[in-house]
Design a protein around this ligand. Structure first.
Ligand code: SF4
Length: 368
């Protein structure tokens, strides 16, 4: 078994990323085989349970209320709507459901109670349940754990330095605090980032250092390539080169050998051959369904055909960790505390985010 390390340095990670490609692939694939079944890939479905209208200013995100994008907004879905979607996902081969809400942080109240009920419902369908709801307090994380949550997603997005160029409405330390809050429960941690936002290779390495020096490593690390959406501050970014994606996946696999590496946003821009090379380099999860929250994603039937063609088998649920128990609301030992977490970057302005906001305002005025 590969030795797990929590002391990677940026120089070491960069040296891995920049290895001759064949050597990098060989090393990553060897580590992958030692720790995972190389023919298995997990299929997850992302359900946007609350879309758009987010108060944050993440420069890549079409769901931020301040940018003018053409996404269809929706309020929180009902438990029954989410159950029906989860059942459809299960019947088309997904073993995990990730519920995303465009919130800055979880607020105690009826909507959170509804999300807890969604978690209970999906866990009872014997699917892994993941949530991505913004910042959570320890008490909220405990309540999610009691409901049967398998994983909580909170991405670091990039290196701390570049993060500060993309998001002004909360800091890296807020992100790390949420991960720490989740770690105090038995919920697994899912945290990764996005490449193609204009960051340097040092930033990519910096993000992998931030993730791989967490102890333990996150159980799941999604690697997204930016889908540049019109109206967002990053609308003009060029698509990520496939070799960069392959190198990023391989490096992630080498520094975090037992983690599930997720090939996430941006798959519509990737060739089948490129994706297969990512699986070889250590990616062992994809998101299925024609939409990833609000951005396009390959059709699930096409993915299944592709899997068959290259001999990949969808992973069964709870292959890496036993199914958590669901405790009903009436038996819960935690109650709603009505906490209001503060954000750590007041008075910071990112020029290009501000410009996009002003452009959106002008566009909206024109429309009115
Ligand atoms: S990435 Fe999440 S927190 Fe940031 S604007 Fe989008 S929905 Fe809001």
């Amino acid at each position: 078994m590969t030795k797990l390390r929590n002391d990677w340095t940026k120089e070491e990670v960069l040296a891995i990323y920049n290895k001759p490609l064949m050597e990098l692939l060989y090393e990553a694939a060897s580590i992958h085989r030692e720790n995972h079944n190389p023919n298995e890939v997990q299929v997850s479905t992302l359900i946007s349970i609350k879309t758009g209208g987010c108060p944050e200013d993440c420069g890549y995100c079409p769901q931020a209320a301040r940018y003018h994008t053409d996404i269809e907004k929706n309020d929180l879905l009902t438990v029954n709507q989410v159950k029906a979607m989860a059942l459809r996902a299960k019947s088309s081969g997904s073993s995990r459901v990730c519920m995303g809400a465009a919130w800055r942080n979880v607020k105690d109240g009826q909507e959170f109670e509804d999300v807890l009920e969604m978690v209970r419902t999906i866990n009872k369908l014997e699917m892994e349940v993941c949530c991505t709801l913004g910042m959570v307090t320890e008490n909220q994380a405990q309540r999610l754990a009691e409901a049967g949550l398998y994983a909580y997603n909170h991405n670091l997005d990039s290196s701390e330095e570049y993060y500060n160029e993309v998001i002004s409405t909360r800091g890296y330390e807020d992100r790390l605090q949420t991960i720490e809050n989740v770690r105090k429960t038995n919920v697994t941690v899912c945290s990764g980032g996005i490449i193609g936002m204009g960051e340097t290779l040092e930033d990519r390495a910096g993000m992998l250092v931030a993730l791989s020096t967490l102890s333990p490593h996150p159980e799941s690390v999604p690697i997204n390539s930016l889908v540049a959406v019109e109206g967002t501050p990053l609308e003009d970014q060029k698509p990520v080169n496939m070799w960069d994606m392959i190198r990023m996946v391989a490096t992630t696999r080498i520094v975090m050998p037992t983690t599930q590496v997720r090939l996430s946003a941006g798959r519509t821009e990737m060739s089948r051959e490129g994706q297969a090379m990512c699986f070889f380099a250590g990616a062992n999860s994809i998101f299925a369904g024609d939409k990833l929250l609000t951005t396009p994603n390959p059709d699930v039937n096409e993915d299944m055909k592709f899997f068959k063609e290259i001999g990949i088998i969808p992973m069964k649920p709870f292959a890496k960790k036993a199914q958590p128990e669901t405790i009903e609301a009436k038996d819960s030992q935690y109650e709603s505390l009505g906490e209001k977490p503060k954000w750590s970057r007041p008075d910071v302005t990112i020029e290009r985010n501000e410009e996009a906001k002003q452009k959106a305002k002008a566009k909206n005025l024109e429309k009115a």
